[in-house]
Write a protein that binds this ligand. Sequence first.
Ligand code: ADP
Ligand code: MG
Length: 354
Amino acid sequence: MLNKLFGLFSHDIGIDLGTANTLVYVRGKGILIREPSVVTINKKTREVLAVGSEAKRMIGKTPANIIAVRPLRDGVISDFYVTQKMLEHFIKLVHQMPGSAASLSPLILPKIPRPRVVLGVPSGVTSVERKAVIDAARNAGAREAYLIEEPMAAAIGANLPIEEPQGTMIVDMGGGTTEIAVISLGGLVVNKSLRIAGDEMDAEIVNYARAKYNLLLGERTAEEIKFSIGNAIEFENENEHKAILRGRDLKTGLPRSVEISPAEIREALKNPINIIVNGVKDAVEETPAELVSDILRNGITLAGGTSLLRGFADLMTRELKVRVRVAPDPLTCVVRGCAKTLEDFALLDRVKVS
Ligand code: ADP
Ligand code: MG
């Protein structure tokens, strides 16, 4: 009886533990959490002060005793404790949401039901770190925890035919890492992880503003400029899309703003864009010939937030001479891939990291 109840209410969940954003899908309910992978903690006591968007708003604005941490920033777990706290926070949060078993009937179910959890993690994380993530999920209340490599999860979420005997290429460009993979028969045949993605683009905008205008920008400001006029390739009437950079004059120390054009931002983003394009070229070169011909025929799919950079897919199509397209809703591919494996045991069994 109890088992039945627990079974009924147990929320199986899929988690995209991204370098920039964490998404949580709850089986039967959909994606309930989309939050930045940021935690603010008290430096001395290690007490967690805020998680997610609340914590992201504090980046660059914290007093000396408080730090904003992005525990997966580079695609590796730099801070196990903080990662664990973040996971616990999100898993608890979905159980406190209206309609969840824990919120419905605290008397019947005094404990939070223990869910099955599938996590998508950057493929760069080491086996020690993988174990750390599994432990973190278990400590946070997971009954069973499974890991899927991010590019595999992204490809599943993008509905690509990963189990066919044919080459499928996916490039997942997030905040800290770009994952490039060729998949065939449910396995990664080629898998490259670059530590260059959206964060590096933000950093290059900061560098550009400093070098050209003597203007100091915060990384959040740089990201906002990237969202508004960031681009990889010339576009029509681009001169009508100028933006204002607000920062601090490095000579006077006073606030100052300058007008900046899409062409300048394109110039600023050149390096990271080239590194990513060359990384994809290298991966194609490492791919067995039979699979390359599949890729030529089927094209390359992009996922992750950085795939939304204006003109990036078009630039890649031009440079690689293969059709490159952005997956529908690229920011949710990984979590939707994890969600699919919750519905399909056999699939999970084939693609999980053992
Ligand atoms: P991760 O999987 O590493 O957590 P995401 O897939 O969530 O990363 O993507 C986050 C990155 O995508 C950030 O660097 C963000 O600035 C970038 N990004 C999101 N939307 C856009 C956009 N419209 N144009 C350019 N970059 C974007
Ligand atoms: Mg991701």
